[in-house]
Structures are given as C-alpha cells and as structure tokens.
Write a protein that binds this ligand. Structure first.
Ligand SMILES: [Zn+2]
Length: 135
C-alpha cells in the first residue's frame, strides 16, 4: 500500500475528523458535508465537526479486503448513528465486547503502513466505550 503524503495533507480534514454539514435554513444534518441541502435545496450550509460519539446500530466482520489492507483482517465495520442524527459506516476497533446498541466513540488508529518508505496512515475508527473504561 503506497501512502501519498500530499494526498493525506489535502484530505486531512476528512481523514482525522468527521465533517458534517448543517443546513442553516431547515436544520438538516448532511453527511458527507455538501454545499447543497438535500432536504430543502438551500446552499446556506455550515460546516460542523461531529463529536465522534454515537450508537452502534449494526456491525459485520469482513474476512476480505482491498489490496494493501490484508493485515487488518478480520475487519469489523459498523453502522453508527452519531449524536448529530446521521448514520455513517465506519471501521471498528477493540472489538472484544462489541455488541449492537452499544455506545461508541471515535478514536484515531493506525490504518495501514507503507513498507517502501515507513509512513503510517492513521484514520478514524470507532470503539465501544465500555471497553475504553476497562483499559
Ligand atoms: Zn435544508
């Protein structure tokens, strides 16, 4: 897996935080952030950053990945309802006590490493909060 520092720099806002849009006209929360409200058509959209806290609705464990991510297998992916009211798909970590309905929080975790140049790519994963209290 080749990591491109310029690409990561360009994407830093979305790699390391969850950016949402809030329509200033109707109050809809938009994910991913976009400049046009899909509910009312307004272009008055404010950029907000999610608290990174929510509830795990469902999850699945994958034993296949795209090229370069094989070391991360098996990989858990969850459907998470953020406190802001939108549902997102996100990778899960620390999955020992994982269960549907659990309270989850976003944490920064290693995603992959580039064996050619030693660069490590970090990104957001979610973990069950009960696990965090045990550690
Ligand atoms: Zn709107």
């Amino acid at each position: 897996m080749k990591i491109s520092p310029p690409r990561n720099w360009r994407l830093k806002e979305t790699l390391y935080s969850i950016v949402l849009g809030k329509c200033e006209k109707c109050g809809s929360i938009l994910y991913p952030y976009q400049q046009l409200c899909s509910s009312c058509g307004s272009t008055n959209i404010k950029k907000i950053v999610s608290r990174g806290h929510g509830k795990l609705i469902e999850y699945t464990i994958s034993y296949q990945s795209r090229e370069g991510y094989e070391k991360a297998l098996p990989m858990a992916v969850g459907l998470i309802e953020l406190d802001e009211g939108v549902r997102i798909l996100a990778p899960l970590t620390d999955t020992d006590n994982i269960k549907e309905g659990a309270e989850v929080e976003a944490v920064l975790r290693r995603i992959t490493a580039d064996s050619n140049n030693g660069l490590i790519q970090y990104g957001i994963k979610f973990r069950v909060i009960d696990n965090a209290r045990d550690n």
